[in-house]
Ligand binder design. Structure first.
Ligand SMILES: Nc1ncnc2c1ncn2[C@@H]1O[C@H](COP(=O)(O)OP(=O)(O)OP(=O)(O)O)[C@@H](O)[C@H]1O
Length: 252
């Protein structure tokens, strides 16, 4: 049995009057891939962002309930969100490399956290690029702009950038939806490797992707988490009629 890494308890989120997350209770397992599925606008991204406090700064947002990481309330008083996001990294739908060299993109986070020695940075950059399965493709062009990479390469670079600060959890918001099938496959393969070291949480529109890559799946519908279980159970024996209707393609 895997340990719980993140636990949400009675989590509610409002965008002004819009009740976007309705009493979500979830235990996210350590060193596993958890996928969030559900139709557009059901709250998948909103929920993902509550896990590293990316919603806090949006005007009019109100959050109730708790989110704990290894038992510590991430919304507690005195929590440093920069340190929180070092532990819980994020990769977005559109690859968003910084307009700087490949090397500097990956070294950016470690530098912010105080690492200055070149040899140490070199080591971190190489290790992160290797972990993101892109080192061989970029090793001869480290000083070139990251913007010259293909979309799929940019996304793996963004994963390397996220890994460079040694997070414990990696949140991915539809990381392959802007990519071609070959790049998508590379990132899916990568996720299978990453889970040996990291807790991975992914939002995906693509049910086949969730079935292929995740160990656990949560199905959301209009702000409610309808069902959460192992991916095998969700797809083979959904307990809720709404989950069954969604995964059999009756709506969404
Ligand atoms: N910044 C925001 N301000 C106001 N409302 C928002 C904001 N972001 C999302 N919402 C609303 O919250 C609800 C959930 O949106 P969310 O983006 O979390 O859904 P989603 O399941 O990730 O959708 P998609 O699959 O289309 O990305 C929607 O009603 C959406 O309009």
């Amino acid at each position: 049995m895997l340990a719980n890494k993140i636990i949400t308890k009675d989590l509610n989120l409002y965008y002004g009057e819009n009740h976007a997350l309705k009493t979500v209770n979830m235990n996210i397992k350590e060193k596993a891939v958890t996928a969030f599925i559900g139709p557009s606008g059901c709250g998948k991204s909103t929920f993902l962002k509550t896990l590293n406090r990316m919603n806090d700064l949006i005007p009019g947002v109100r959050i109730e309930g708790t989110v704990t990481l290894d038992g510590e309330d991430i919304y507690g008083q005195g929590v440093d969100t920069t340190l929180l996001r070092k532990k819980i990294g994020m990769v977005f739908q559109q690859p968003n490399p910084f307009p700087m060299s490949i090397y500097d993109n990956v070294a950016y986070g470690p530098r912010i956290h105080g690492i200055k020695h070149k040899a140490q940075l070199d080591e971190i950059v190489e290790k992160s690029l290797r972990s993101a399965a892109i080192f061989d493709e970029v090793k001869d062009r480290m000083k070139k702009s990251a913007l010259g990479l293909s979309g799929g390469q940019q996304q793996r670079l963004c994963i390397a950038r996220a890994l460079a600060v040694e997070p414990e959890v990696l949140l991915m918001d539809e990381p392959t939806s802007a990519l071609d099938p070959i790049s998508t496959l590379k990132i899916e393969d990568l996720m299978a490797e990453l889970k040996s070291e990291y807790t991975v949480v992914i939002v995906t529109h693509n049910m086949q992707q969730a079935a292929r890559i995740s160990d656990y799946t949560a199905f959301f519908l209009v702000g409610e988490m309808v069902e959460f279980n192992t991916t095998d159970e969700i797809f083979a024996r959904p307990k809720d009629k709404r989950t069954e209707d969604y995964i059999t393609g009756r709506f969404g």
